[in-house]
Ligand binder design. Structure first.
Ligand code: ZN
Length: 246
């Protein structure tokens, strides 16, 4: 193990994006767990079966305005960590793409739940920008079909009722086992796979640092638990890591 240039894995959850105006939809207390009518819009079965569900889902995406969200100081701190020269991998439960928008190198970000910035055709698998699909909704297509084959378009996110991409999972698993420092930011660590990754890290000897407003099941196993707001706590933590390792 290289003590001087440790591999740093950062797992991020909804908490890092709340300061960008994106609520925690998916978490244990998120909207989708509390409102079955809303959850239907992001559940694969009803979405594929019912055009009315899709029409409502498109309106929800249009009104959420997630594509317009800007990264915040927490996202920027992680970009700074990468630019310090330390090897960094970001594993995110978020689908907002804000790490990449802030400047994190795209191939160093693993999106566990996919991305809401792209759509995919369920038939021919063609991928395109969400922005373009939402423009079609605004222009009067309530359920815009694939331009190539007429198939149903869906966001390139992992919806309820679907499994995570096994390739992405395998990569996340490998990173969690190889890293020397594992930082969990803004995630309850209660939902798989987020719950398995810090476990791997601790088991293979990594230092675990938790930055989260609420207690997590891993607080006892952590070397450090930081309860301050992420937008201020993360820049301070990054400064300390860089001072220590670079
Ligand atoms: Zn198609």
């Amino acid at each position: 193990m290289n003590e001087k240039r440790p591999l740093i894995a950062v797992l991020t959850g909804a908490g890092i994006s709340t300061d960008s105006g994106i609520p925690d939809y998916r978490g244990p207390n998120g909207l989708w767990q509390r409102d079955p009518k809303a959850q239907e819009l992001v559940t694969i079965g009803p979405y594929l079966a019912d055009p009315d569900v899709r029409r409502r889902a498109w309106l929800m995406r249009r009104d959420a305005g997630a594509l317009a969200a800007e990264p915040n100081a927490g996202h920027r701190a992680l970009v700074g960590l990468e630019r310090s020269g330390l090897p960094v991998r970001v594993l995110t439960q978020n689908v907002d793409g804000l790490h990449q928008r802030a400047g994190q190198t795209a191939r160093k970000v693993l999106e566990l739940h996919g991305t809401a910035r792209e759509v995919k055709c369920v038939d021919c698998r063609a991928v395109g920008p969400m922005e373009e699909a939402l423009e079609r909704v605004a222009a009067g297509e309530p359920d815009p079909p694939c331009r190539g084959c007429g198939g149903v378009l869906r966001p390139r996110t992992v919806m309820f009722g679907e499994d995570l991409d096994p390739v992405v999972l395998e990569q996340a698993d490998a990173i969690s086992k190889a890293c020397h420092v594992f930082i969990a930011v803004g995630t309850s660590l209660k939902v798989f796979p987020a719950a398995a990754l810090p476990f791997n890290a601790v088991k293979t000897g990594a230092r675990l640092i938790i930055v989260n407003g609420e207690p997590t099941p891993f607080d006892e196993a952590a070397s450090e638990v930081i309860r301050e707001p992420i937008s201020t706590a993360l820049p301070a933590l990054v400064r300390r890591l860089v001072a220590r390792h670079v």
